[in-house]
Write a protein that binds this ligand. Structure first.
Ligand SMILES: Nc1nc2c([nH]c(=O)n2[C@H]2C[C@H](O)[C@@H](COP(=O)(O)OP(=O)(O)OP(=O)(O)O)O2)c(=O)[nH]1
Length: 144
């Protein structure tokens, strides 16, 4: 059986590639961070992570970002790919690569002033998140 699948917008936008983490604790809860005031999408809850630098592999970027943002140490071998989201914002097209992480050293704290919450997967659906993130929730739910 075939289904209608209308074509997407052909707009040409810069591509931004971001790696993000579902940090999963021993109780199966996932960490989310609130984007601080002054940043685009301030107040929305996101998965910690950030942009890849030129020629930087996503795993390397994520280990770096988690150290910078949360003060935790992990290792590339502790990152398990979950899936991705691809979303067109007004100014750029985001490719969001998501990894699950269950092992790290240190206690996450918001080093850039961001609030943190540990939530069960069913609670994630209730959060105000960037539009790109919603498709990731099903992928995370399938994993946990
Ligand atoms: N880390 C992260 N970023 C996300 C998520 N969802 C989503 O749309 N984004 C967007 C927000 C930003 O436009 C981009 C991440 O960039 P970033 O965190 O490195 O940069 P930023 O805008 O916070 O600011 P800056 O570091 O350039 O100062 O990806 C998410 O779940 N986690």
């Amino acid at each position: 059986m075939t289904a209608d699948c209308p074509g997407g917008s052909p707009r040409s936008q810069p591509i931004l590639t971001v790696a993000c983490a579902a940090l999963v604790d021993a109780d199966g809860r996932v960490l989310v961070a609130q984007r601080p005031a002054g940043k685009p999408m301030a107040g929305l809850w996101e998965f910690p992570g950030g942009k890849l630098e030129p020629d930087e592999p996503p795993e390397t970027a994520l280990v770096r970002e988690l150290r910078e943002e949360l003060g935790i140490d992990t290792h590339e071998s502790c990152l398990a790919p979950i899936g991705f989201a691809s979303h067109g914002y007004d100014r750029f097209h985001l490719i969001l690569l998501a990894f699950a992480i269950r092992k790290w050293r240190g206690t996450p704290r918001g080093r850039e002033g961001q609030a943190l919450r540990w939530l069960r997967v069913n609670e994630l659906w209730t959060l105000d998140m960037p539009a790109a993130d919603k498709p990731l929730l099903g992928q995370i739910a399938a994993l946990l």
